[in-house]
Write a protein that binds this ligand. Structure first.
Ligand SMILES: OC[C@H]1O[C@H](O)[C@H](O)[C@@H]1O
Length: 292
C-alpha cells in the first residue's frame, strides 16, 4: 500500500469577490463572500481532502498552524473531513490566513499572512513521514523545508511538484532543483512561465516525467513522453475557484497512485474532483452574502 504526504503552508481562507478593481486610497465594495468564512485552505489541505474524497486515505498533510482558537478550528475541520492531521505541527503564533480577493475580471489577489512567529522546519515526526512516503507532493512552503524534503525523499519515491509562484519562498535556483527531482509537476496557466524557467534551469530531460497544465474552463494539458494530450472540461460559471488546481491534483493523484500506468484516466478523475468542488460551492452559494 502506497503512502503519501503533502507538504506546504496551511491557511484559513477569506475568499471574496470585489465589485471593482482595487485602487489605492479608494474604497472597493465587496460584492459577495461565501457563507463559510473563513474556509479551510492551503494546498496540503485541499490536495489531501480531495485524495480522501477520491478514496485514497493514506495521505498526511505535513504543515504548520499556530496555537490560537482559529488553528484548533482548522485542525478540527480537516479531521472532520477524514484527513489525518498527525503531520500538522502547532507552533507559537496565530493561524496563517489568506485573503483571496477576486476582481471583476476573474483575476485573484492572494494576500498571505504567515502569522507563525518561529521558523517552520520539519520536526522529527514530520521528517519521518516524508522519509517513509512513497509519494511526496511538495507545494509552496518555507525554503528550508523544501531543502529538507529534497534531502529526505527516498530515491525510489516519487516527487510531485505543485507549482506556485512565490519568489520569497521559491527562488528560481531552488525551483530548478525541485524541477530536476520532480517526477510529476502541475501548474496553472498563470504559473506556466515560472515552471518553464524552472525546468529549463534544471538541465534534465526525462521523457517519463508528467507535466500537467490546468487552464480553468479551457481544460487541461498533459505532456509526457514527447506527446501532448488535451482534455476539455465543462465550464462552470463561478469566480470562487480557490483550491481548484489543488483539488484537481488531489483527484489526479488518488487515481494515479492506484493505477500508475494510466495518466489519462487520472486526469479525468482530477477534472471530476474539481467539478464536484465547484458545483458544491455553487449549491452552497445561498449561504454567502450578496451585497445589494
Ligand atoms: O492553492 C490555494 C491556496 O493558496 C492560497 O495561498 C491559499 O492558501 C489557498 O487556500
Amino acid at each position: 500500500m502506497s503512502r503519501a504526504v503533502v507538504t506546504g503552508f496551511s491557511s484559513s481562507d477569506y475568499a471574496l469577490r470585489l465589485r471593482g478593481p482595487m485602487v489605492a486610497d479608494k474604497t472597493t465594495t465587496i460584492d459577495w463572500r461565501p457563507g463559510e468564512w473563513p474556509r479551510v485552505g492551503g494546498p496540503p489541505a485541499f490536495i489531501a481532502s480531495a485524495m480522501v474524497r477520491a478514496g485514497f486515505a493514506d495521505v498526511v498533510p505535513v504543515s504548520w498552524v499556530g496555537q490560537d482558537r482559529d488553528s484548533e478550528t482548522f485542525r478540527a475541520a480537516l479531521s472532520d473531513a477524514g484527513v489525518d492531521i498527525g503531520g500538522i505541527a502547532q507552533l507559537p503564533g496565530r493561524m496563517p490566513t489568506s485573503v483571496l480577493a477576486y476582481g471583476p475580471d476573474g483575476g485573484c489577489h492572494c494576500l498571505f499572512d504567515p502569522a507563525i512567529t518561529v521558523p517552520q522546519r520539519l520536526d522529527e515526526r514530520q521528517s519521518a513521514l516524508v522519509a517513509r512516503a512513497d509519494w511526496v507532493c511538495l507545494t509552496v512552503g518555507p525554503p528550508e523545508v523544501t531543502e529538507q524534503v529534497l534531502a529526505l525523499i527516498r530515491p525510489e519515491s516519487k516527487l510531485v511538484w505543485s507549482v506556485k509562484v512565490d519568489e520569497r519562498v521559491m527562488p528560481g535556483d531552488l525551483a530548478a532543483r525541485v524541477a530536476a527531482r520532480a517526477d510529476i509537476a502541475a501548474w496553472s496557466r498563470g504559473e506556466a512561465e515560472f515552471a518553464a524557467k524552472a525546468f529549463a534551469g534544471s538541465a534534465t530531460d526525462r521523457p517519463d516525467r508528467l507535466l500537467i497544465e490546468t487552464r480553468g474552463g479551457n481544460g487541461v494539458i498533459l505532456r509526457a513522453g514527447g506527446e501532448e494530450a488535451r482534455f476539455p472540461v465543462r465550464a462552470i460559471e463561478t469566480s470562487d475557484t480557490t483550491g481548484a488546481g489543488d483539488t484537481f491534483l488531489g483527484g489526479f493523484l488518488a487515481a494515479f497512485i492506484q493505477e500508475p500506468g494510466d495518466a489519462r484516466a487520472a486526469i479525468r478523475h482530477g477534472i471530476a474532483a474539481v467539478e464536484a468542488l465547484l458545483k458544491a460551492r455553487l449549491r452552497n452559494n445561498h449561504q454567502g452574502s450578496e451585497t445589494p
